[in-house]
Design a protein around this ligand. Structure first.
Ligand code: NAD
Length: 485
């Protein structure tokens, strides 16, 4: 019998599901059991062509609609997503393995937030009037044209919406390629947008590995590329886009610092560290995986952290009581277990976890290492799993320098009851998305993105509009033209 997660077809192009089984088969594995629940096929060159040509064509009429009309469609799609939240959350759980307890509140809902927010903004994307004496200049905020979105596997619904909603609000069309690991949810986003009234071709979804992503990025008809992925992929995609002088947004990896001063509220700081390391089993780009704890509260912090981490409920992700799910794939599980072994070998102390969980599926115990030093592999490389490194520090000046000593710059957090210090420290941290006495909040109203190797551009908020549009300026002369001859 066909599994309920099996989509009608692999691709959604020009308003309908499209299949081409001559592409490479991509098995969809449910991470909680290891069973294959669906199959999709990578886009063939013919499918890539169909996706790009229909999106290119559809964009012209879409851009001519008023922003309010476009916005109404996006807001209708948001309503449909909210009405179907349960069904979409179950699919997100099948796609990723993340527990339903999370997906019910973090995935289709945050996708709907983006559709609603950018739908609301669409009617007010205007230029400005610049007086020049009797003459004047006006500016027009125009769409870029055809945009490509490429997703990572941790938030397949959210990423499809975070890229699609601002792109469409500005009058662009989009071809979105989800991660080959989680190909299911973006198809639903395309289907819902179409149902809400988005014209055929405005938001196409095609499947495939890096090769298909590469074909999209290098196509001369594409005006912009927005990628969520790792730093090595980001460097390749950025270079390919640069060759065609395309606009880019790069949302890449991180190894973010979370700094806990000894005057912090311990339970809030422990809560921040848990949210910043174990949500989605640690598969979150902005995680605060280097937890710097001031020496005075170190043991107290670790004791409370171990106690609360012990309350994690590993189990069937479809059971709403489960609060901690598996790694997305067996491969990712093995990568993370490799880092855990490296941490032990290099002399870090295991406070809790430190092994695969004794159950079917790709579960790893939430793991805390203490006595981690700056040079250890687990403190330097992005692990993308439930592995927290706790490092000690003495002074503010010291911890700022150590926090910034990384190629990454996605996020940073500070816990302290001294607000002057909180702002002073945050002001010196090299990161794009920062938190004071909190961690990992990502509301659509706030800009999100990194500095240094963690990325270029911003998603969400009015900032995202700047990255999906361009400004035309028009000088209007009211008098005669003076010329030298
Ligand atoms: P990945 O870099 O392996 O793949 C990302 C996407 O790029 C996939 O869809 C993949 O098929 C595609 N791709 C790979 N090679 C390509 C190429 N040459 N040309 C075009 N596309 C190509 O990343 P992943 O393993 O899916 O996701 C995990 C990574 O994503 C982590 O590093 C994580 O930090 C990062 N991430 C960042 C954010 C953010 O917003 N900053 C959010 C989620 C994940």
């Amino acid at each position: 019998m066909t599994h309920p997660a099996q989509p009608k077809a692999s691709h959604f192009i020009n308003g309908e599901y499209v299949e081409d089984t001559s592409g490479t088969p991509i098995p969809v594995i449910y991470a909680a059991t290891g069973e294959q629940i669906a199959t999709v096929y990578a886009a063939t060159p013919a499918i890539v062509e169909q996706a790009l040509s229909t999106a290119k064509e559809a964009q012209k009429a879409w851009a001519k609609m008023t922003g309010t009309e476009r916005g109404r469609i996006l807001r209708r799609a948001a309503d449909i997503m909210r009405e179907r939240n349960h069904e979409l959350s179950v699919l997100e759980t099948y796609d990723t393995g993340k527990p339903l307890q999370e997906t019910l509140v973090a995935d289709a809902t945050s996708g709907a937030d983006a559709l609603e927010y950018f739908g609301g903004l669409a009617g007010s994307l205007t230029g400005e009037h610049i007086p020049m004496g009797e003459d004047w200049v006006y500016t027009v905020r125009e769409a870029l044209g055809l945009c490509v979105g490429i997703g990572a596997w941790n938030y397949p619904t959210q990423i499809a919406c975070w890229k699609g909603a601002p792109a469409l609000a500005c009058g662009n069309s989009m071809v979105f390629k989800p991660s080959e690991t989680t190909p299911l949810c973006a198809l639903k986003v395309a289907e819902i947008l179409h149902e809400a009234g988005a014209p055929a071709g405005i938001y196409n979804v095609i499947q495939g590995m890096g090769e298909v992503g590469g074909a999209l990025v290098t196509d001369p008809r594409v005006d912009k590329v927005s990628l969520t992925g790792s730093v090595p992929t980001g460097k390749k995609v950025y270079a390919a886009a640069a060759a065609g002088m395309k606009h880019v947004t790069m949302e890449l990896g991180g190894k973010s610092p979370l700094i806990i001063f000894d005057d912090a509220d311990i339970d809030n700081a422990v809560g921040g560290a848990i949210n910043g390391n174990f949500y989605s089993s640690g598969q979150v780009c902005s995680n605060g995986t280097r937890v710097f704890v001031q020496k005075g509260i170190k043991e107290k912090f670790l004791a409370r952290l171990a106690e609360r981490t012990g309350n994690a409920i590993l189990g069937d992700p479809m059971d709403e009581a489960t609060s901690f799910g598996p790694m997305v794939t067996e491969n990712q599980m093995n990568i993370v277990l490799g880092y855990i072994e490296k941490g032990k070998e290099e002399g870090a102390r295991v406070v809790c976890g430190g092994a695969r969980a004794d159950m079917p599926g790709y579960y790893i115990q939430p793991t805390v290492f203490a006595d981690v030093t700056d040079d250890m592999t687990i403190a330097r490389e992005e692990i993308f799993g439930p592995v927290m490194s706790v490092l000690d520090f003495d002074t503010e000046e010291e911890v700022i320098a150590r926090a910034n000593d990384t190629e990454f710059g996605l996020s940073a957090g500070v816990f302290t009851s001294d607000f002057t210090r909180a702002h002073r420290v945050i002001g010196q941290l090299e990161a794009g998305s920062c938190f004071i006495n909190s961690y990992n909040d990502a509301p659509v109203e706030a800009p999100f993105g990194g500095v240094k190797a963690s990325g270029v551009g911003r998603e969400n908020s009015k900032e995202a509009i700047k990255h999906f549009s361009q400004v035309k300026s028009v000088y209007v002369r009211m008098g005669d033209v003076e010329a030298a001859f």
